[in-house]
Design a protein around this ligand. Structure first.
Ligand SMILES: [Zn+2]
Length: 115
């Protein structure tokens, strides 16, 4: 067993040579993730979380739980979920704007300079 106190990481190796890595964390797990994930991974995580709730169908978004739809030009209105929908919480109210916010974090296009 090796412990690197400075890194806050310990590694265990059991009899079957399965290595387990443990991270000592003084922050809440969510704060640790925020601190240590790269911007690209945050973008991926946010997009995956959004996609778990929504599907794009042409100019509509569909809730993946209640299957209700909203047209893009109604983006300023709260999404009308079925009363039994599991995604009708605060995060389920303005999915177009949530998508725009995620896409607003896209890395800028890499430009090539042509003289
Ligand atoms: Zn719904």
């Amino acid at each position: 067993m090796a412990i690197d106190e400075e890194q806050g990481v310990s590694m265990n190796s059991d009899a079957n040579d399965v290595v387990q890595i443990h991270f000592k964390c003084t922050q809440a797990p969510e704060a640790w993730v925020e601190t240590h994930l790269s911007e690209g991974l945050k973008l991926s995580r946010n997009m995956i979380a959004w996609r778990q709730r929504w599907a794009v169908l042409f100019d509509h978004l569909q809730c993946t739980d209640c299957q209700r739809l909203q047209n893009i030009w109604l983006a300023d209105e709260a999404f009308k979920h079925d009363h039994s929908c599991g995604f009708s919480d605060e995060r389920g109210q303005h999915p177009w704007h949530d998508l725009a916010s995620i896409l607003g974090e896209l890395p800028s296009p890499r430009r090539t300079v042509e003289d």
